[in-house]
Design a protein around this ligand. Structure first.
Ligand SMILES: NC(=O)c1ccc[n+]([C@@H]2O[C@H](COP(=O)([O-])OP(=O)(O)OC[C@H]3O[C@@H](n4cnc5c(N)ncnc54)[C@H](OP(=O)(O)O)[C@@H]3O)[C@@H](O)[C@H]2O)c1
Length: 248
């Protein structure tokens, strides 16, 4: 039990990487707080956690929602040990299709939401706590149509260093996990028709050294490492889980 009685606050916990990680955290003894923007998906995810998680509806683009989620956690558990700032989504937009509203929307969810998740949880994170931010392979390689998402993820990578430095005096570690192509519902939401999506998927698979998409469970194990004392001397860094996509 690597997280016995630890309180873990997971955003984007209703699906994909976040849900799989929440399940593993629970199996390792954590009390899980699951944050998602949609009541039905939250309820469904709650069932996958055996009805034993605190479910909080919060739109990460809205700072007041984040504050509410943190307050609900404080009211129930008094503190937080682990924050997994993982919520994220986008749609594909080539250079000429990007609008001011698109930039604002992507920043709000993928960067500002991550920042305020850390800022609002920080006051109740216990000594020795751990924050993990989900970045992306896109913060190191260029992929057409995802300029703004990639920039938000590079900014999130930067946050991990600065906020890691700010929180180190309290014994709180801040790290990133950088997924490569992982088989989650993320891709069904990016606005591409199925035939184009399957071409994109096979194009990416060709570039992955291990020649396959990763599974959310493979991410979850890395997040568990960063969340637990197994990584007690690791802060400010980014662990890459991408089958070699960005390395070779
Ligand atoms: N899958 C990949 O290949 C891949 C690669 C690199 C990075 N990532 C990153 O990994 C993270 C998790 O993605 P995933 O692949 O697991 O995708 P996913 O299955 O689509 O999960 C995304 C999660 O984000 C939540 N979310 C979206 N908009 C939200 C909002 N406004 N407020 C609160 N929560 C919101 C969703 O919950 P609700 O919709 O229920 O609110 C869902 O739980 C993201 O940050 C993504 O950028 C994924």
């Amino acid at each position: 039990m690597k997280l016995k009685n630890k309180v873990a606050f997971v955003t984007g916990g209703t699906s994909g990487i976040g849900l799989e990680t929440a399940k593993l955290f629970q199996a390792e003894g954590a009390k899980v707080v699951l944050v998602g923007s949609n009541e039905e998906r939250l309820a469904a995810a709650g069932k996958e956690l055996n009805g034993d998680a605190l479910l909080v509806r919060a739109d990460i683009r809205n700072v007041a929602d984040i504050e509410r989620a943190v307050e609900a956690t404080r009211a129930k558990y008094g503190h937080i040990d682990v924050v997994f700032a993982n919520a994220g989504a986008t749609t594909v937009a080539p250079l000429e299709a990007v609008t001011e509203a698109y930039v604002a929307e992507n920043l709000a969810l993928n960067f500002t939401g991550t920042f305020f998740t850390i800022q609002k949880t920080a006051p109740i994170i216990a000594q020795g706590g751990s924050i993990i931010v989900t970045t992306s392979f896109l913060n190191t390689i260029g992929y057409p149509g995802l300029s703004i998402l990639a920039a938000t993820k590079a900014a999130a990578r930067s946050l991990v260093r600065t906020l890691g430095a700010e929180l180190a005096p309290r014994g709180i570690r801040v790290n990133a996990v950088s997924p490569g192509a992982i088989a989650t519902p993320f891709y069904s939401k990016i606005g591409l028709p199925d035939n184009v999506l399957s071409q994109v998927a096979s194009g990416i698979t060709d570039k992955v050294a291990l020649k396959r998409f990763g599974e959310p469970a493979e991410l979850a194990k890395t997040v568990l490492f960063l969340a637990s004392d197994d990584s007690s001397y690791t802060t400010g860094t980014e662990l890459v889980v991408d089958g070699g996509l960005t390395q070779f």
